[in-house]
Write a protein that binds this ligand. Structure first.
Ligand code: NAD
Length: 333
């Protein structure tokens, strides 16, 4: 029996990635939708055979609690709504997947974790790359010291500025531009490859285009120091395209270029090609892993705690950029 998922927010990511991925999953399926648009409700109901009783809007959302078809609520809304809808989903007794960035800040992430614990439901962040074969291979190469210990990582993700009206440029809705939207990938490329958490950060923020970037940074660079002596230089920007994860070791290197986008990574090592498959939809493995966690009552790998950690790291990066000082990081605090 497959678990039923309801997608909340039928924007680009739900439409182009999650709904198609949910046609290929084994452990879960697209059972319901939450949308403010009657037109979208009609189109989706026809396309994916969703019964009327599993279609909600933002006024009827909390009634999902009475619907046994829905086991998991997947929050795919603009960032400022992640905490509210995750907490309401938990209070409705449903397991939750929340898109990245998990929240607007670390304090919200903590509240979301506590609400899910209190309700006895599982919480996951939509980190598709935790299950992507190239990223798993990077972790395997680093852990096995295939090229010796890792010394320096360069990790960056950037796209050209979203349209001027985009919520991603509005601090109250997106939370802070590229560092919130894309920075989380660059952070994870470094800490997930090393399987360690950074102990300090220095950072620099720049904004040249003052028309588009009124209250968010255009570009942020930061440098993480790791406990074993490895260093990572990371970047994120809304001014140009960059998508790569380079890992240099004592006796060679391995890299993904592109690395983070959903359309597929490509890898190479100093010994030659990295032969791993590229799934058509990376979210299939992510969604099935979460369904498995729910069934077996195991904490998901892409847990709320992982999202909380990334929110604390974004906070430390911004503090370092804004003060010009090196900021010590203790993720247990
Ligand atoms: P989008 O703007 O295309 O979609 C957002 C949807 O939310 C729209 O349908 C909009 O109508 C709806 N919405 C409901 N209430 C709203 C409100 N009060 N204000 C604004 N919109 C409201 O955005 P998207 O690209 O689909 O991103 C949605 C979320 O998914 C974001 O958190 C984003 O970071 C995340 N995302 C993740 C990935 C990934 O690879 N994991 C990729 C893209 C987006």
């Amino acid at each position: 029996e497959k678990l039923g998922i309801a997608l909340v927010g039928l924007g680009n990511y739900s439409t182009n990635q999650l709904a198609p991925a949910l046609q290929e999953t084994q452990g879960c399926y697209l059972a319901g939708i939450v949308t403010g648009s009657p037109d979208k409700a009609k189109t989706w109901a026809e396309k994916y055979s969703i019964p009327a009783k599993n279609i909600y809007n933002y006024q009827t959302f909390d009634q999902i609690r009475n619907n046994p078809d829905i086991d998991i609520i997947y929050v795919v809304l603009p960032n400022f709504l992640h905490a509210e809808y995750t907490i309401r989903a938990a209070q409705a007794g449903k397991h939750v997947i929340c898109e990245k960035p998990m929240a607007m800040n670390a304090a919200e992430a903590r509240q979301m974790i506590m609400a899910c614990e209190k309700a006895g439901v599982q919480l996951s962040v939509g980190y598709r790359l935790y299950f992507e074969p190239h990223h798993l291979e990077m972790r395997r190469l680093a852990a096995g010291k295939e090229f010796g210990g890792v010394k320096v990582i360069e990790s960056g993700l950037g796209f050209t500025v979203p349209g001027p009206g985009s919520w991603r440029l509005d601090k109250k809705i997106g939370g802070g531009g590229a560092i919130m939207d894309l920075g989380v990938y660059a952070i994870q490329g470094a800490r997930r490859t090393l399987n360690e958490d950074p102990i300090s950060v220095t950072a620099q923020a720049y904004t040249f285009d003052k028309v588009h970037f009124k209250d968010v940074h255009e570009t942020v660079f930061w440098q993480f120091e790791f406990p074993n002596g490895a260093l990572a230089h990371c970047s994120t920007t809304y001014s140009s395209y960059v998508d790569r994860l380079y890992v240099t070791c004592e006796r060679g290197w391995f890299k993904l270029d592109p690395s983070y986008n959903a359309t597929g990574a490509q890898g190479i090592t100093s010994r030659g090609a990295m032969n791993v498959p590229s799934p058509r939809y990376q979210q299939v493995a992510q969604l099935d892993a979460f369904a498995q966690s729910v069934l077996t009552k195991q904490k998901p790998e892409a847990s709320g705690e992982e999202g909380w950690k990334d929110m604390k790291l974004i906070g430390a990066i911004l503090e370092a950029a804004e003060t010009g000082r090196k900021v010590a990081i203790d993720l247990r605090a």
